[in-house]
Design a binder for this molecule. Structure first.
Ligand code: PMP
Length: 437
């Protein structure tokens, strides 16, 4: 434990000790365990707006925001009211209901170029099923992904992934059969030449290329539009389907996600997080001709006991309805810009080797970077060690960031100018500590 990490005492520590007796690593998802930053994870008691309250009575301005879903903030009153009302009418039916029709209609109206939506219970299921659909539709087996992009934990996608896999330095997972991983080709981001070379050699074998058009699972690595356009063009030329994994970027970087900001149309898009307004939910979507190849109309299978869950649909509907007012995005962009301006000034004044990267309501501190990074291999090797100190210095001052150097921060409509300014002061003090050693 480094000197900046507080003693593991109190209720969080006691709960973590209990958790480890009955749950692997004491957690339900790996990064939550603080493995990359050391110390004891805070157990949450409750959350509201931009704030998280732990079981020891401490309060934090939260920038994890459940890793993205909570664009309206924690426990938004309208979301809670809708979920309560839905629960009174039954928590799951296993039969069609109006809420899923309404949410699907809203997704189709919000995201460019799609006509049909299939709901899932998570982002992982969405990407996994989109890939099966692409394989079914093309009759090809190979898929292509990009180093550092994370698409959930399905076997064929846990190859050079980001997120928890990046944190733990595992390019892939144990338990993924070599024959499955062997069907996944991995390309570098930001590299048209490598893309062209792969398609020249193997274009006819590729069922689909999946990409986070706004890579946000191995730091925030904004791509050049020309690169994404080249990808679109190569896929079209070789009959491969392009999948935009918009689980993070969908309904966040714009109502129509990255497809809208880059004015590019994928063949399939995958969603999660914001779509369910904080309840378990995902979806994949595309044109009718493609999506109708899914069971029951078509021969590619996908199903789910809780797919289209009425509580998730209710939370998603309230959230997506609120986002139809596009001034929400102007506000979020302004808040992101305010944070970036404050941090860029503080960083320049102190000459710290770090960059505050912002894209809309996503932000990331790129340790060692002077300009925008576009590939994970450009990230400074010392970033994780610096981040440990930075992270704990923030936490001690009441600001909750993701417990990993490679995860991004999320703003919500509940983060007002006051929260941004408080956080900027805390980040500045924490950078001071991180670069003092
Ligand atoms: N795709 C992307 C881009 C993601 O960020 C994530 C999760 N962070 C997933 C897929 C997987 O979603 P889930 O955790 O809901 O399975």
């Amino acid at each position: 434990m480094s000197p900046t990490e507080p003693e593991a005492t109190g209720r969080s520590a006691a709960l973590f000790a209990r958790a480890r007796q009955v749950m692997p690593g004491g957690v339900s998802s790996p990064v939550r365990a603080f493995g990359a930053v050391g110390g004891t994870p805070r157990f949450v008691d409750h959350a509201a707006g931009a704030r998280l309250f732990d079981v020891d009575g401490r309060e934090y301005i939260d920038f994890v925001m459940s890793w993205g879903p909570l664009i309206l903030g924690h426990a938004h009153p309208d979301v809670i009211a809708a979920v309560q009302a839905a629960a009174l009418r039954g928590t799951t039916y296993g039969a069609p209901h109006q809420g899923e029709v309404e949410l699907a209609e809203l997704v189709v109206a919000s995201y460019p170029g799609i006509e049909r939506v299939r709901f899932t219970s998570s982002g992982t299921e969405a990407t996994q099923s989109a890939i099966r659909l692409a394989r079914g539709a093309t009759g090809r087996d190979r898929i292509v992904k990009f180093a550092g992009c994370y698409h959930g934990h399905a076997d064929g996608l846990l190859v050079e992934a980001g997120s928890g896999a990046a944190t733990f330095g595992q390019p892939s997972s144990a338990g993924v059969p070599a024959v499955i991983a062997g069907l996944t080709s991995v390309l570098p981001l930001d590299d048209e030449a490598a893309l062209a070379e792969l398609f020249r050699a193997h274009g006819g074998e590729v069922a689909a290329v999946i990409i986070e058009p706004v890579p946000a699972n191995h730091g925030l690595l904004p791509q050049r539009r020309e690169f994404l356009a080249a990808l679109r063009q190569q896929c079209t030329a070789h009959g491969a389907l392009l999948i935009f994994d918009e689980v993070i970027s969908g309904f966040r970087v714009a109502l129509g996600g990255a497809a809208e900001i880059y004015d590019l149309r994928p063949d399939l898009a995958t969603f999660g997080k914001i779509l369910g307004g904080g309840l378990p939910c995902g979806a994949f979507a595309g044109r009718a001709q493609l999506m109708e190849q899914l069971a029951p109309a078509g021969r590619t299978y996908h199903a789910g006991t809780l797919s289209g869950n009425p509580l998730a649909m209710a939370a998603g509907l309230v959230t997506l309805r609120a986002l139809q007012d596009r001034s929400v995005y102007r506000t979020l962009v302004a808040r992101g810009a305010r944070l970036q301006a404050a941090m860029t000034a503080a960083i320049a004044a102190a000459q710290w080797p770090v960059r505050c990267e912002v894209l809309g309501s996503l932000f990331w501190f790129a340790v060692g970077a002077r300009t925008t990074l576009r590939r994970p291999d450009q990230i400074d090797r010392g970033a994780a060690a610096r981040y440990r100190t930075f992270f704990h210095a923030c936490l001690q001052r009441g600001v909750n960031l993701a417990p990993s150097a490679f995860e991004v921060g999320f703003l919500s409509t509940a983060h007002g100018d006051a929260e941004i300014d408080t956080a900027a002061a805390v980040f500045t003090a924490a950078l001071q500590e991180a670069f003092a050693r």
